[in-house]
Ligand binder design. Structure first.
Ligand code: DGP
Ligand code: NA
Ligand code: NA
Length: 213
């Protein structure tokens, strides 16, 4: 399903992975790299904790509030929906978006609690589909060893193991599996090449599409 006139648009580049996989620092490096090449680019992240929905999510993650698993799932989804039109506007204006977590986190983290996968996917239908998903692959034990789990709700090894399994069933042709166990520079170099290829394809008019496709 394609969305309107998308000549020379920006790319929608999503980074996914377990907590402590390195994607947040790699997202920042990618932004600097693209800007250095003269591309218009922005760094986004989900959850976006700055909105009122985002503040409810943040309180939940900090264990300051308790919510039913389905309820919090829909709030995470609403947090992506409230940014959808701005996302489309930016992409069509030619800005590439580097997005730290997206609908795949939404489904992986909720289905890891036992919520049905198809139920989890449903509210994500109609969001913009990423041009590429960069999955930073790292064993849960290794991520846990890196330290710096911030003490938020999901930051426990046993839960992260379940999330890792749930991510596996979400892989599709837009995914690139990146070995996140290597050094920062090595990972960075692999990501740069993939991202530039996708940004150029989008510039040449690759159409935008919708989840899940
Ligand atoms: P971060 O700010 O990237 O550390 O993400 C906060 C935590 O929330 C992290 O453990 C991943 C999880 N998370 C991110 N997006 C979603 C989502 O859509 N649904 C659920 N259930 N969890 C999510
Ligand atoms: Na986190
Ligand atoms: Na993060």
């Amino acid at each position: 399903l394609s969305v309107g006139n998308t000549d020379s648009r920006g790319g929608l580049i999503v980074l996914e992975g377990l907590d402590r996989c390195g994607k947040t620092s790699q997202s920042g490096k990618l932004l600097s790299y693209l800007e250095g090449l003269g591309h218009s680019a922005e760094l986004w992240r989900f959850p976006d904790r700055t909105t009122s929905v985002g503040q409810m999510i943040s309180a939940y993650l900090l264990n300051q509030s308790q919510l039913d698993d389905h309820t919090i799932h829909l709030l995470f989804s609403a947090n992506r929906w409230e940014k959808r039109s701005m996302m489309e506007t930016k992409l069509k204006a030619g800005t590439t978006l580097i997005v730290d977590r997206y609908s795949y986190s939404g489904v992986a983290f909720s289905s890891a609690k036992g919520v049905d996968v198809e139920w989890c996917k449903a509210p994500e239908i109609g969001l913009l589909a990423p041009d590429v998903v960069l999955f930073l692959d790292i064993p849960p034990e290794k991520a846990a060893e890196r330290g710096g789990y911030g003490g938020e709700r999901y930051e426990h090894l046993e839960f992260q193991k379940k999330v890792a399994q749930c991510y596996q069933i979400l892989r599709d042709s837009s995914w690139k599996i990146i070995d996140g166990c290597r050094g920062i520079e090595e990972v960075e170099k692999e990501l740069r090449d993939i991202v530039v290829d996708h940004v150029l394809a989008c510039k040449k008019g690759k159409p935008l599409s919708l989840l899940w496709s």
